[in-house]
Design a protein around this ligand. Structure first.
Ligand SMILES: Nc1ncnc2c1ncn2[C@@H]1O[C@H](COP(=O)(O)OP(=O)(O)OP(=O)(O)O)[C@@H](O)[C@H]1O
Length: 839
């Protein structure tokens, strides 16, 4: 047994929206003639009106119109929605039908109002959002089912936009006199996202074509129909069921062929559009007649048939009329305003769609089973809540708040999710910037080390010369003339080039220190911001599961959090890999330096050996023993193995991958085999810098920088001076007793130095079998050379006359070679102070 309850309201609201002047209208020199006077009043001025024209003074077509609400170009989508449609939602879930339709000439903003844009969603999206919000709020007591369909009337034919392949559909009137579309797809859902997706999908199917009046002109009327059915969760013998329908309609725009310049298909479409809109206008005229025209011709078009209830039947209806403010659109605006004005007089009689259902005894069993499942659901809910209360950190005030808001809006959820994503994004950005700062810091440290080396070199050189000068002064007492010839006073060290080079290095150091401080400050700021963001994200994450109502959403959000956590971990790993890479780079430089030094030593030893052999010089047995040990080491390639191992480890660390290990072939060194596809171990550390390494064979790369640059600066100076002093004490005799190398600052002296070789007592100093001091082992190539310039024979050293004088002479070019290299190195290190040089 069904019974209807009627509650009558008389509702037909008319709103007017004036869109902004378009660029095209501006280009055509249009002026604004439509103005909003206040929230309800609109004035349309006559563009032809001329205040000076007396003949037309009484023929002005300027007119003022009153509507329920008026908007101009400054109105936002939200304002329009709130003043026109939001109020319908409450009625809808109480069982009242509702209709919103956008009306007006082409290009005046109907689609903009109804559909909107991604950034400024229109009435469709806002209404559905609020509807689902309202449903959720009462879902504890009421059971809802929402169905949705979306169709278009194109050239007087109905197409299902959710299933376009279903062909053209028909309109039928059901037994209660309600218009139904046969075969239309009705999607049941209360998931807002799903509805939005359907809407987007449907819109893509909608017929839209560019015309001269509108680039995205809708060539059809689009009708979105949402059915809401609800009944109480408390099943009773007498059950109340409410059902209401909401129509949201984006009409095609009325158009004049001259305005749209349409031809062919577009012209035909325009004719259909105009015909259906004319039918709508006629209905509006008929419905608005004061003396109550008994006959309203809804049957003239499919649009009016479909809108029958919305226009004159059981529906709360809002018509949003749209006009352009341009003087060029005066005629269209006037027509629209006239129709809208007439529509104000339309009266719809709204009744509440209530079905009171009395159930038959046979249905009691199904009611009982429904009730049982409802009890199960409630029991589960109570158990969930109890378990949450057991959890102490959920009893805090935030939890209570969260619980209160558990059923809060979907939009709020979206906002929360956006905030969370935003916090993660910002974290990622900060991490990236931190990585960049770390990298810059590392670059600064490398540059600092170069400058420190320049300064240390210079200090060493100054010390060496001072020593030499003192030696010369001592000799002066024996041979005054000779000392005068080769006097290289320490004052000459204040050579302007050297000073300039060092001064630049010092200046650069100061700049680098300042830069480093700046970076550290920035880093501290970023780290603090990162900590704040982490805390914010943590709080949001904590809040999310409590607010999320659906299990699915909860899972999705958890996954989202997980993904972002992983992203952050990934960034952290990248950053530490970058740091490791930098450390490896610096270690490579050190290894490279040792390797170059080793080459140099090897070369010196080989040359000395050749010299000894060529001149059949006497060598003390312990020195011979040492030499044999050295050769054995070289033959067995023990050092190469260690170097290869080191290189191999570095590569593995760098690549982060396991090395490819193959079984060693018989009789071959496995380590060498491992590296056999690479270049020889002699070029260790060269990698892709092989060429540069060759170039710098005897120029040693900078030492590793330490954290505090200024301390290092002082430290290096002290160490360099002390080391040189100690070396001069420890070294009694070093190697060949060769004349001092010519000053790199004055190559002209080179010749006189050569003549000095000949002038001195010729001979060789035999090794006394002492191990070189640690300082010597770490000395640069130049140091080795300078150490060979010892200050005369030690008391117990023995001199042996060379058998072949020519051999000594032959040393001169070699000396020149070293000197040339040393000068090269100087000029290179000078370049280094000017700009960063990468290794
Ligand atoms: N209030 C507004 N604010 C900003 N832009 C607007 C506004 N109204 C309309 N527009 C812009 O004007 C252009 C035409 O609007 P729209 O397509 O909505 O017109 P229409 O009335 O639906 O036309 P038709 O029915 O012929 O398709 C669009 O680019 C739209 O973004």
């Amino acid at each position: 047994i069904q019974s209807m309850h009627y509650f009558f309201f008389i509702v037909f609201q008319v709103a007017l929206r004036i869109r902004p002047l378009s660029d095209a209208e501006l280009e055509e020199g249009a002026t604004i003639i439509a103005h909003k006077v206040d929230d309800q009043m609109v004035v349309l001025m006559d563009p032809m009106e001329d205040p000076d024209d007396i003949l037309r003074a009484h023929r002005s077509r300027e007119k003022t119109y009153m509507f329920d609400v008026a908007f101009d170009y400054s109105a936002t989508q939200d304002e329009v929605y709130r003043s026109t449609t939001k109020g319908l939602i409450e009625g809808l879930i109480s069982g009242y039908n509702a209709t919103v339709f956008a009306y007006g000439p082409t290009g005046c903003g109907k689609t903009y109002t109804m559909l909107g844009t991604d950034r400024e969603p229109g009435i469709y999206v806002r209404t559905l959002n609020d509807l689902f919000k309202a449903i959720e709020e009462t879902s504890d007591d009421m059971q809802y089912s929402v169905s949705m369909s979306y169709l278009e009337i194109y050239n007087e034919m109905i197409r299902d936009l959710l299933n376009p392949s279903s062909g053209f559909l028909d309109l039928r009137e059901d037994s209660k006199g309600e218009i139904q579309v046969t075969g239309i797809t009705e999607v049941s859902t209360i998931n807002a996202r799903e509805v939005m997706e359907l809407l987007m999908k449907g819109n893509k199917q909608r017929t839209q074509e560019p015309t001269a009046a509108n680039q995205t002109s809708s060539r059809s009327h689009a009708v979105l129909q949402v059915g809401v059915r609800q009944q109480s969760r408390c099943r009773d013998i007498l059950q109340e069921v409410r059902f209401a329908r909401l129509f949201m309609i984006d009409l095609a725009g009325s158009e004049r062929a001259s305005q749209t310049q349409n031809r062919g298909q577009r012209l035909k479409e325009g004719a259909h559009i105009n015909r259906s809109l004319l039918a709508l206008g006629n209905c509006i005229n008929a419905l608005s007649e004061k003396n109550g025209n008994k006959y309203v011709n809804y049957r003239d078009s499919k649009l009016t048939r479909l809108l029958k209830d919305s226009l004159g039947g059981n529906s709360r209806t809002v018509m949003i009329a749209h006009i352009s403010p341009a003087s060029l659109a005066f005629e269209d605006s006037r027509n629209t305003l006239t129709y809208a004005d007439r529509a104000k007089s339309i009266r719809t009689r709204v009744k509440r769609n209530l079905l009171n259902v009395s159930y038959h005894v046979a249905q009691y069993t199904s009611i009982i089973s429904d009730l049982r499942s409802e009890i199960q659901r409630l029991k589960k809910k109570i158990a969930d809540q109890a378990s949450r209360q057991l959890n102490p950190d959920r009893t805090d005030i935030r939890h209570v708040q969260a619980e209160v808001q558990a059923h809060s809006t979907r939009a709020e959820m979206d906002q929360l999710r956006e905030q969370l994503i935003d916090a993660f994004r910002q974290q990622m950005d900060i991490r990236k910037r931190l990585m960049e700062l770390d990298n810059s810091n590392m670059e600064i440290q490398i540059d600092t080390s170069k400058h420190l080396l320049t300064i240390a070199d210079w200090e060493q050189e100054r010390f060496r010369r001072r020593k030499k000068w003192q030696g010369e002064r001592r000799k002066e007492s024996f041979n005054k003339d000779e000392s005068e010839k080769d006097s290289d006073s320490p004052e000459s060290l204040s050579d302007s080039t050297e000073i300039q080079e060092v001064a630049i290095a010092r200046e650069n150091l100061v700049t680098l220190m300042a830069e480093q401080k700046k970076i550290q400050k920035q880093k501290a700021g970023l780290e603090q911001r990162l900590a704040e963001l982490r805390e914010k994200a943590r709080r949001l994450e904590e809040l999310l599961p409590r607010r999320v109502s659906s299990e699915e959403q909860r899972e999705v959000l958890c996954l989202l959090c997980k993904v972002h956590e992983l992203e952050i971990e990934n960034a952290e790993m990248q950053s530490s890999a970058l740091l490791k890479d930098n450390v490896i780079r610096q270690k490579n430089v050190v290894v490279q330096r040792f390797e170059q030094h080793r080459h140099l030593c090897h070369e010196i030893i080989q040359q000395q050996r050749k010299f000894i052999d060529d001149h059949s010089l006497l060598v003390p047995p312990h020195l011979q023993e040492l030499y044999e040990m050295y050769m054995k080491e070289m033959d067995e390639k023990n050092l190469d193995r260690v170097v290869a191992l080191d290189k191999f480890t570095i590569r593995t660390l760098k690549d982060g991958s396991l090395p490819k290990i193959t079984l060693p072939s018989r009789g071959r060194d496995p380590l060498q085999e491992m590296d056999s596809d690479q270049e020889s171990v002699h070029t260790l550390g060269s990698d892709n810098r092989e060429g540069r390494t060759k170039l710098r064979r005897h120029t040693l790369p900078p030492i590793l920088p330490e954290p505090d640059g200024l301390q290092i600066l002082r430290g290096v100076q002290n160490i360099a001076v002390k080391a040189a002093r100690r070396r001069s004490k420890v070294l009694e005799v070093d190697a060949l007793r060769l004349p001092p190398p010519p000053s790199p600052l004055d190559p002209k002296k080179h010749k006189s130095n050569l003549s000095l070789i000949e002038a001195r007592p010729k001979g060789l100093v035999l090794w006394r079998g002492r191990q070189p001091s640690p300082e010597l082992r770490h000395a640069t190539s130049d140091d080795n050379l300078s150490s060979s310039t010892g200050e005369g024979p030690a008391p117990n050293s023995t001199w042996t006359r060379p058998r072949n004088r020519q051999a000594v002479k032959n040393l001169a070019p070699r000396e020149q070679d070293f000197d040339g290299r040393r000068r090269k190195r100087r000029s290179r290190s000078f370049e280094v102070t000017g700009q960063a040089v990468s290794f």
